[in-house]
Design a protein around this ligand. Structure first.
Ligand SMILES: Cc1cc2nc3c(=O)[nH]c(=O)nc-3n(C[C@H](O)[C@H](O)[C@H](O)COP(=O)(O)O)c2cc1C
Length: 163
């Protein structure tokens, strides 16, 4: 199944997560930065995983405008899942995270979202990624393509998210 992982990244952590997902899925998957996806660029893909750093509780501006530009035709017949990277500090929980907002934007285009939005943690503000997150990213992506219910997986797949 062809999978496109679309990401944005300021400090490189979300890029690493996206690449880990594409690598785990093998040669039928690729990761591209959000600015490189052209209009109609989803058409060859059955699965589209979309991820952004959480900034002020939201996806980046570039990701927000990409999502705003998607049409119902772009998303028709595909399966989507949203992820983000986020800090671990208590205070940031007040603002929510990017992945649920990505999902909300996708659903507003009538996209079929097949997994709970997922967050991957960075240390501090700029990273690096917390230990084990790249492996978890690969496992999450494989579970989605395999049709497994990621919300029932053991360990940190049950990270709480809110809008
Ligand atoms: C301007 C700015 C705002 C941020 N706001 C949040 C936030 O609201 N919640 C959060 O969990 N992390 C926040 N962070 C931390 C980012 O989520 C973190 O830098 C990001 O996950 C790193 O991913 P990247 O290396 O791909 O940019 C913020 C970072 C920046 C630079």
């Amino acid at each position: 199944m062809n999978t496109l992982v679309i990401y944005d990244s300021l400090y490189g952590n979300t890029e690493k997560v996206a690449n880990a997902m594409a690598e785990a899925l093998g040669k039928e998957a690729k990761a591209v930065k959000v600015g490189q996806v052209k209009a109609g660029g989803l058409k060859d893909y059955a699965y589209v995983l979309i991820g952004s750093p959480t900034q002020g509780g939201r996806p980046t501006k570039a990701m927000q405008s990409f999502l705003a530009g998607l049409t119902e035709d772009d998303v028709l017949g595909k399966r989507f899942a949203a992820f983000d990277t986020r800090a671990q500090a208590f205070i940031v929980k007040l603002f929510g995270w990017a992945a649920p907002k990505i999902e909300k934007a996708l659903k507003s285009k009538r996209a079929n979202c097949t997994a709970q939005p997922q967050g991957f943690f960075v240390e501090g503000t700029k990273g690096p990624l917390a230990e084990g997150e790249l492996k978890r990213a690969g496992t999450w992506a494989k579970a989605i393509i395999a049709g497994l219910p990621t919300n029932l997986m053991p360990g940190e797949f049950n990270v709480k998210t809110k809008e």
